[in-house]
Design a protein around this ligand. Structure first.
Ligand code: PLP
Length: 502
C-alpha cells in the first residue's frame, strides 16, 4: 500500500500562500463588484449576493462516492471554484443586508488559520494552558469593554466568562444552570418548571427548552411562556409579573427568564432593571441574550442598552455578528459559575489530571455541552489587538450612522413607512398599508430585489405591522455608497411594483 500522501511542508507553504491570495482577491472582488449603486460604472455583479442555485444542484454535481485515489490540489481547487462558488451566498459582500451580519476580517481569519494550524483541543487546562488562559483574559477584556459589572469577571468569587459556539448554546446552558440551581433548592418542591421570554425572543429559547425537556414541543406554551410586548416591541414587565404569579398559583415552578437586548426581528430592548427586579423577587435565573446588541455596548453611548445587567445571572453576545470576528464566537458570562459547572460537569477517569484536581485552573469542558473545543480566543485576541477598542468603536459607530442615513432616506418617500423604532443598525420598514394585500406587495418587493441580486435583504413579521422588510447593516466592507445604492434598488423595485399593480 502506498504511504498516505501528506502535503509536504513546501507544498503547504505554497498552497497556503495561494489560498490567502485567493481570499484577498475574493474580498477585493466583492468590494469592486457589489456596489449596487445603479449609477456606478461597474458592471452588474457577476454573481448575485444571494446564491441562485436550485435545491440539489450542488449535491448532484458532486460524485456519489469518495475518491479511491489521491487527487491533485489544482483539480480540487478548480472544482471548488466551479462547483462550490455558485452555491455561495456572499455574506461578506458590502451589499449583504440580510438577517444579522456574520462579518469576518483579516486578523480574525488569520487567527482562525493559526488555531487550525496549532490544532489544539483545549477541553482541559492541561491540554493547552494558553487556550484556556487567553480565553479567560479575552472574556475579562470584553466584559470591561462593554461595561459589565465585576461580578462577571474571572477574579470574582463566582463569576467568569467562556466562549460558546453560538448564542443559542448560551441560552440553553443558562437554562441548564438555572434548572440545576432550582433543583438545588431541594425539599418538597414539585410542579412543572416554567421559563419566560418575550414573544420577540429568539427561537433558541424554545429550542433550548425542548432540548432540556422543559417543553413538550415548539407549540407547548406551558413550559415556556411568551410574554407580550408593548409598542416598542420590548417585554412588558407587568405582564411578566402576572404570568409568574399565575404559574405559582397553579403550582408550577418558574425558574428562568431570558431577556433580550436587541431582538432578532427589530432590535427591541427588554427593560432589564424591571425584569431583573422581578427575577430577584422570585429567585429566578435571569439570562440576558444580547447576541446582537452586546457589540454596540463597546461604545459608551450605547451602554444604556445593558443598564440593569447587574441583576442578571448570565449574559451573552456574539462577536461573530458585527464585531469583525468570523463565525463562530459567542461570549457568555455568568455570575454563578458554580451552578453552571454543577449542571455540566462529569469527570471520567481518563480526564483526571493533577492540574484539575489542584483546583487552581479552569477546565472549560465543564462550561459547555461538548467535551472538545477549539482555540477560538486566538482570533478574538487578534481582532481586538489589531483594531484596538478605538477601531472597534469606529466600526460600530459607522454602522449606526449608515442606519440613521437609510432611515432618513426612507422618510423622504411616502410610499414607505418605518415599521419599528430603530435602536441600532437595523432598519425595519415596509410599503405602507395594512392587511394581506400589503403583506403580499412587500413579499413581492423582497423577492424581486433578492432575485436581481444587487443587494440581499430579509423579512420578518411584527405585531400590528405584519410582513416587514429588514435592512441590517453590519458588513465589514459596507460603506455609505452601498447603503445609498440599496435605497436606489428598493426605490426602483417599489416603482416597478406600483406599475405592475396598475
Ligand atoms: N439571540 C438573538 C437575539 C439573535 O438575534 C440571534 C441570531 O440572530 C440568536 C440569538 C442566535 O444566534 P446564534 O446563531 O449565535 O445561535
Amino acid at each position: 500500500m502506498p504511504p498516505p500522501p501528506h502535503m509536504s511542508p513546501a507544498e503547504f507553504r505554497q498552497r497556503g500562500h495561494e489560498l490567502i491570495d485567493w481570499i484577498a482577491s475574493y474580498w477585493d472582488q466583492l468590494r469592486a463588484t457589489h456596489p449596487p449603486h445603479p449609477t456606478s460604472d461597474i458592471p452588474h455583479p457577476p454573481s448575485p449576493v444571494l446564491s441562485q442555485v436550485k435545491p440539489g444542484e450542488i449535491f448532484n454535481s458532486l460524485p456519489a462516492h469518495a475518491p479511491e485515489h489521491a487527487e491533485g490540489w489544482d483539480q480540487i481547487l478548480a472544482d471548488f471554484q466551479r462547483l462550490v462558488m455558485p452555491g455561495i451566498t456572499h455574506w461578506q459582500s458590502p451589499a449583504f443586508f440580510g438577517y444579522f451580519s456574520a462579518n469576518a476580517s483579516g486578523p480574525a481569519v488569520l487567527g482562525e488559520l493559526l488555531s487550525a494550524g496549532l490544532g489544539v483541543q483545549g477541553m482541559l487546562w492541561t491540554t493547552s494552558p494558553a487556550a484556556t488562559e487567553v480565553e479567560t483574559r479575552m472574556l475579562d477584556w470584553m466584559a470591561q469593554l462593554i461595561g459589565l459589572p465585576a461580578q462577571f469577571l474571572s477574579a470574582s468569587p463566582n463569576g467568569g466568562g467562556v466562549i460558546q459556539g453560538t448564542a443559542s448554546e448560551s441560552t440553553l446552558i443558562a437554562m441548564l444552570a438555572a434548572r440545576r440551581r432550582e433543583q438545588a433548592k431541594g425539599g418538597t418542591r414539585e410542579g412543572r418548571l416554567v421559563a419566560y421570554a418575550s414573544t420577540q425572543a429568539h427561537s433558541s429559547v424554545i429550542k433550548g427548552a425542548m432540548i432540556a425537556g422543559i417543553t413538550d414541543g415548539p407549540e407547548d406554551r406551558v413550559g415556556v411562556r411568551l410574554i407580550e410586548t408593548g409598542d416598542s416591541l420590548a417585554m412588558d414587565p407587568a405582564a411578566l409579573e402576572r404570568a409568574i404569579r399565575e404559574d405559582l398559583a397553579a403550582g408550577r415552578r418558574p425558574f428562568y427568564i431570558c431577556a433580550t437586548v436587541g431582538t432578532t426581528s427589530s432590535t427591541a430592548i427588554d427593560p432589564l432593571p424591571a425584569i431583573g427586579r422581578i427575577a430577584r423577587d422570585h429567585a429566578l435565573w435571569l439570562h440576558v441574550d444580547a447576541a446582537m446588541a452586546g457589540a454596540a455596548c463597546i461604545c459608551p453611548e450605547y451602554r444604556h442598552f445593558l443598564a440593569g445587567v447587574e441583576l442578571a445571572d448570565s449574559v451573552c453576545f456574539n462577536p461573530h455578528k458585527s464585531l469583525l470576528t468570523n463565525f463562530d464566537c459567542d461570549l457568555m458570562w455568568t455570575s454563578d459559575r458554580a451552578s453552571l459547572i454543577r449542571a455540566l460537569s462529569v469527570t471520567p477517569e481518563y480526564l483526571r489530571n493533577k492540574a484539575s484536581e489542584g483546583g487552581g485552573v479552569i477546565d472549560y469542558r465543564d462550561w459547555q455541552i461538548p467535551l472538545g473545543r477549539r482555540f477560538r480566543a486566538l482570533k478574538l485576541w487578534f481582532v481586538v489587538r489589531h483594531y484596538g477598542a478605538e477601531g472597534l468603536r469606529a466600526h460600530i459607530r459607522e454602522h449606526m450612522r449608515l442606519a440613521e442615513l437609510f432611515e432618513g432616506l426612507l422618510r423622504t418617500d411616502d410610499r414607505f413607512e418605518l415599521a419599528a423604532p430603530r435602536t441600532m443598525s437595523l432598519v425595519c420598514f415596509k410599503l405602507r398599508g395594512q392587511g394581506k394585500q400589503t403583506d403580499d406587495r412587500n413579499r413581492r418587493l423582497l423577492e424581486s430585489v433578492n432575485a436581481a441580486g444587487r443587494i440581499f435583504i430579509t423579512h420578518t413579521v411584527l405585531p400590528r405591522k405584519g410582513y416587514v422588510l429588514r435592512l441590517a447593516i453590519g458588513g465589514t466592507f459596507t460603506q455609505e455608497q452601498h447603503v445609498r445604492g440599496a435605497w436606489e434598488v428598493l426605490r426602483e423595485a417599489a416603482e416597478a411594483e406600483v406599475k405592475s399593480e396598475k
